[in-house]
Design a protein around this ligand. Structure first.
Ligand SMILES: O=C(O)CCC(=O)C(=O)O
Length: 504
């Protein structure tokens, strides 16, 4: 039985695509695309690849050999992922070389089966080697709130966890992946339901995608677990919907084709899987919530980022709500005997998802303030109260609007209503203090630099060189421009909202 393939991923020359077109065709529509022509001049494409296009493993062990990395054993499942082990890059490279020498000496590698297929994943390369500029993020992907934020802030701070470990694991979402032919990534949708982009420095990858509107087909009866390997043995009893995502075999084919013909007539049949082969020097854009499974068809090195911004912020919030409800459901039976039930739910949420409501709230508040501040500076610089007429102004306003929309959703969630004492969000959370902190200046500077790359009107690009944020004035400027329509609810929310408990 094969997968029911509905089509291929579009391939577009990135050099001929404007940022605006990328936003309209892919970010806003949440559609995948393969982009060519965006990796010219990357140092990684020179240093990490041999003349015959293979991974330069020697270079890795010589230059980065001591780094400790996470390596997935592709043949061993652990819950929803592959089992991971930690090793040095040198050890990983030695294993890989052994594997390839076994392949060559045996012609068609009979003892390779006994060898473990190891896949180096989620290597925080940029964090570890900031001075080695392996690549530059293409402008299409620089509006990246997740990594810009994490460069100066933590998403979640848990005083009980091992600080060093969480420091590294949550430090950013810019990764290097490398693995021999046959290594693979099980079916999944990305962390936080973020977007991702993945650039092939060498090798080829086979991708299979399922759109979010069809993700019901790969879930089990309880809507808890998704299929692990779409080419593996998927028990029909557990995953009853999956049979709709594959081509039926033998006898069934006849009856099913009649069924599908009828469905087609009724305009009900939709695309199932999309597939593509990503070649060397191509970048794939993975939209939010699309389930995908990936196979390295050759020895492959890739650079992958997870990211989100105003266009998919609601995906992040919706996932948090879903995970929160699940976390709550698991411990509902101790609700009445727990003196801090809400705190427990939020701690579990952070442990499972990587952030909780409080973290998300803090994050969007900071993003809101930095966008507002920059808009304020922008308006001042323009000496014109019509920021909509500039790309930069429009960008900040769009960001504020998207945050505002999510905030309106958040307000309807019980955990965000005032607690019994009417306490404000967090006694330690002080907007003024935050707005004067060096981290805030850093965040504003990073956002400014990122938007400089996407700005068509470069004239307005260096407004925030010296960031001395005046939030209150920024807010009043917004009120003046928009009346209180857009800002008042978020402002009141910022001032008056409280999460029921202190989650620490
Ligand atoms: O390249 C891989 O093996 C997986 C990458 C991936 O899932 C992603 O970039 O979202």
């Amino acid at each position: 039985m094969g997968l029911k393939i509905g089509g291929n991923i579009e391939r577009v020359n990135g050099k001929e695509l404007s940022y605006g077109d990328f936003v309209n065709r892919y970010l806003k529509k949440n559609e995948p695309v393969l982009l060519t022509g965006l990796m010219e001049g990357w140092r990684s494409c020179r240093d990490w690849v041999t003349h015959d296009g293979l991974p330069n493993l020697h270079f890795f062990s010589t230059h980065f050999g001591k780094s400790k990395v996470q390596v997935a054993d592709c043949g061993t499942r652990e819950f929803t992922d592959q089992k991971r082990v930690e090793m040095s890059v040198s050890e990983f490279v030695s294993h890989w070389m052994e594997l390839s020498s076994g392949e060559h000496s045996n012609g068609f590698c009979c003892n390779v089966k006994e060898q473990r297929l190891l896949y180096l994943k989620d290597w925080h390369f940029v964090k570890e080697y900031p001075d080695y500029v392996a690549y530059t993020t293409p402008p299409f992907f620089t509006d990246d709130w997740l990594n810009l934020y994490l460069d100066s802030h933590h998403m979640h701070y848990d005083p009980q966890s091992n600080f060093e470990e969480s420091e590294i694991n949550c430090s950013d979402y810019r990764f290097v992946y490398m693995g021999a032919k046959g290594t693979w990534t099980p079916l999944h949708a990305d962390v936080f339901r973020s977007y991702s982009w993945s650039a092939n420095v060498c090798g080829r990858k086979r991708w299979h995608f399922l759109s979010p509107s069809q993700s019901n087909l790969i879930f089990d009866r309880n809507l808890k677990n998704s299929v692990y390997d779409i080419f593996g043995d998927v028990p029909e009893k557990q995953f009853p919907g999956f049979k709709e995502a594959i081509n039926p075999s033998s006898l069934m084919r006849f009856f099913v084709s009649i069924f599908f013909l009828l469905m087609l007539v009724a305009h009900c049949v939709q695309t199932i899987w999309l597939e593509c082969t990503q070649e060397r020097n191509e970048i794939i854009f993975v939209p939010s919530g699309w389930y995908h499974q990936v196979l390295n068809m050759e020895d492959t090195i890739s650079i992958n980022h997870n990211w989100f911004n105003g266009y998919n912020l609601s995906w992040v919030w919706n996932l948090l709500v879903k995970d929160y409800n699940e976390a709550r459901g698991y411990i509902d039976d101790i609700r009445d005997i727990s003196d801090d039930f809400e705190g427990l739910c939020q701690r579990n949420l952070a442990a499972n998802t990587g952030m909780n409501f409080f973290d998300f709230f803090t994050f969007i508040t900071r993003m809101f303030l930095s966008n507002l501040t920059q808009l304020y500076h922008h308006i001042k610089k323009l000496e014109c109260p019509v920021p909509l007429s500039s790309t930069r102004g429009r960008h900040h306003i769009d960001n504020l609007i998207s945050i505002h929309k999510v905030v309106l959703d958040m307000k309807s969630v019980e955990a965000f209503s005032k607690d019994d004492s009417g306490k404000v969000l967090n006694p330690n959370y002080n907007i003024k203090e935050f707005s004067e902190s060096p981290e805030f200046a850093e965040l504003c500077g990073a956002i400014d630099r990122a938007y400089t790359l996407t700005d068509e009107q470069c004239l307005f690009s260096r407004i925030c060189e010296c960031v001395n944020p005046i939030c209150e004035s920024g807010l009043y400027a917004m009120f003046e421009i928009f009346g209180d329509e857009m800002c008042s609810s978020i402002y009141l929310f910022l001032q008056g909202c409280s999460i029921k408990k202190n989650f620490d």
